[in-house]
Design a protein around this ligand. Sequence first.
Ligand SMILES: [Zn+2]
Length: 286
Amino acid sequence: MISQNSSNAALPFTLIDLTHTLFPEIPSWNGTCGFHSEIKLDYEDCSTDVKFRVQQLKLHAGVGTHMDAPAHCIKGGLTIDEIPLMELAAPSIVIDVSTKAHETYQVTPSDILSFENKFGVLPPHAFVMIYTGWDRFWQDPEKYRNNLVFPSVSGETAQLLLERNIRGLGIDTLSPDCPQNGFPVHQLLLGNGKYIVENIQNAQKMPPQGGYSLALPIKTQGGTEAPMRLVGLLFKKEITDAIEKMNTSMYEKERESNLTKASQLVRKSSMIINSEFSEIEEDPKS
Ligand SMILES: [Zn+2]
């Protein structure tokens, strides 16, 4: 097998894969994920000189790490293909509730407020990931599904996140809503044009703030949900250092320009990344 050079030394950022791999046995909302990959033509049956393996996929739209578009529960809401690309890239926030997230735990507004006490108010247009630690059960589908009892998010919390004007909400469970609570988070977020990402993995490898996320669902026409690749980006130390240098040489005199404000923001994020996350090792499995 020819292996590709997996080094991303040429890139100014490190990539974190926040996506589960799809296969038929993965956990799902209704118990069977519907994922099916069939080989339609295999190498040995191929009549051409160059041999191919051709596959056909069948799957439910809301399978694995996937996105819910507003249209998922809002008639006339944006569908997957209508979400502007710009909205799919965002500064990322990770709120870690894993030390207290038992199976019926609901993320409360005070979880958000205590995060903000530590790191400052959530920036607008952020993609907020809730890390409950529930993804540790992914390999045990019955436990992960747990009869649809798993850590979730309260409606009041969704309301607060809307006030912070987030771009989207993600979680490492089947849903930010459990059926027994109704679906307030879906209704509030999707009803206000935000997107939801379910079944995230590796959120704990991202810093609380200072990272970025790229949420890339398969672009299906009229799609209300779609499987996706969710990617975290962390800018490298040498780049953030260069930005820092540029900031000091170019903006010695304090100017109240938008550029100065922007550079201050970048500097703040760089310091956090540099101090806490410059040593992140890339996961060989991801
Ligand atoms: Zn959903």
